[in-house]
Design a protein around this ligand. Sequence first.
Ligand SMILES: Cc1ncc(COP(=O)(O)O)c(C=O)c1O
Length: 383
Amino acid sequence: MKITRRGFVGTLGLGAAAGLLSNTVSKGSGAAAATPGPTPETRVYDGGIMQLNQNESARGPGPKTLEALHSHINHRLGRGYPPDHVNELQAAIAESYGLANDNVLLGTGSTPLLEGAVRAFCSPERAFVTAGPTYSTSEGMATNIGAPIKRITVDQSMSLDLEAMADAARGAGLVYVCNPNNPTGTVHSYAAIENFVRRVLSETPDIHVHLDEAYINYADPASMQTALPLVKELPNVFITRSFSKAHGMAGLRVGYALGHADKLRAMQKAWNMGDINMLAAIAALTAFKDKEHIEWESKENAEIRTFTVAAIREVGYEVADSQTNHIFVNVRRPASEFRAACLEQKILVGRDFPPFENTHCRISLGSREEMQQAVAVFRKVLA
Ligand SMILES: Cc1ncc(COP(=O)(O)O)c(C=O)c1O
């Protein structure tokens, strides 16, 4: 029987899994050696606090992306109206998904795209439908513009309650579906999303459906697939993606939406998407094409996640099934307490996520070395 490394970690005892992690780090496996991440030192921030509180990539951009950045620091940066590579990036994304250029809208991160969508499709008369907990930027904008908010608590398994969200969506302006979901890490299959979208649109034909796929590169394709076919078929459905996660470029600020040209134009008219700068554009273009690195990043993250989840479950704590670079742990105490105890050990974990702030805490996954240290702290704190 062929055992993959991922399967191997999953079936090993924790001690052995930890050994495998450190072994890979010190020797470097084939793919890891070809695409090395930063040294652990680069991840230790001011004051020596390990940052496991934001869902960034612990490893940053891949080597090809870093190389592209370095090689584009030259006199050409003096020209920027328009900056080189931005149109090229848009065209590369469009071509890769079989879309026209005007079906792709770039933003300085996906944040302005999320905000623009709320401004374009919600109003005091048209509600915003979301989950609790989920990524909250869109809800923040709905609050700002005075749109009614319908927030549906996740179910027992920490998955979005799509049925209740569909009920709440009747007559609303926009429904936000984060798949995979931040902070719970859970995913929904293509079939589940398709049923949801078709039901929502049949009941409210002029509603818009936003599928946030910021973490899709970390998900197992057997568990979820992109909703792109729905975007191609249904004008009121759009996707957003981010280069801040698996592509390791949170500090460079690039994201994009895929959707019907008229809808993207409405979002752009409603809000400023920012200007992608030349270095961010060449980095995103390189990262987008470097499929090998993303595959490596996803595998690396999955192994670290398996190790971390196993360690926490071994001491008797529940962790929601995650397909992302973060996990949502039932720490059976207020997140603030767990956070304070971890901070004493120089580890910063996630903020409160109502309505689970008294029981659950989100932990973003760091590098292998970081998670080995962190797991020892979590076990001590939880004991
Ligand atoms: C689900 C989700 N969507 C969007 C974003 C926004 O990220 P960015 O603006 O860096 O693309 C985040 C950031 O954490 C996120 O978790």
